[in-house]
Ligand binder design. Structure first.
Ligand code: DQA
Length: 143
């Protein structure tokens, strides 16, 4: 499952100097193509609502093999997302940030979610999603 958090529905028009020109549809296609190259499939979802993201993590925990998540601003605020991801024992959880959050404002330097992530990718632009899907596929193939 590929989850995108708040404001990422505006990718392509939202601060393109930081997040680039690709849209969310472009990102989802990139994830699908990357997964397909590894014989896998993705289920891509985006929400601006924390509780919806929690519900989808619960669903992924039951029905999906791995989670790629860009929690966006909730990275820096959400114990609820951390707690939800912490229940996903044994499921690879790859956290993605399009920008390098460590080069930005101090409030972006800490991600609550990272404590439940298997791996964290930041600053690679939207290519980070392809890296994340590929890494999840590799982990799953390795068993
Ligand atoms: C982001 C970084 C966050 O700080 C920000 O709130 C976002 C996007 C990124 O992808 O770089 O919305 O997660």
């Amino acid at each position: 499952m590929v989850l995108n958090g708040p404001n990422l529905n505006l990718l392509g028009t939202r601060q393109p100097e930081i997040y680039g020109a690709d849209t969310l549809a472009d990102v989802e296609l990139l994830c699908a193509e990357t997964a397909a190259r590894h014989g896998a499939a993705v289920d891509c979802r985006q929400s601006n609502h924390e509780g919806q993201l929690v519900d989808w993590i619960h669903e992924a925990r039951q029905r999906h093999a791995a989670i790629v998540i860009n929690p966006a601003a909730y990275s820096h605020t959400s114990v609820a997302l951390l707690d939800a991801l912490a229940t996903c024992d044994g499921l690879p959880v790859i956290e993605v940030h399009i920008s390098n959050i460590h080069r930005r404002e101090a409030f972006r330097h800490y991600s609550y979610v990272s404590a439940a992530a298997t791996a964290v990718i930041a600053g690679c632009g939207v290519h980070g999603y392809a890296l994340a899907v590929e890494h999840a596929c590799r982990l799953l193939a390795a068993g």
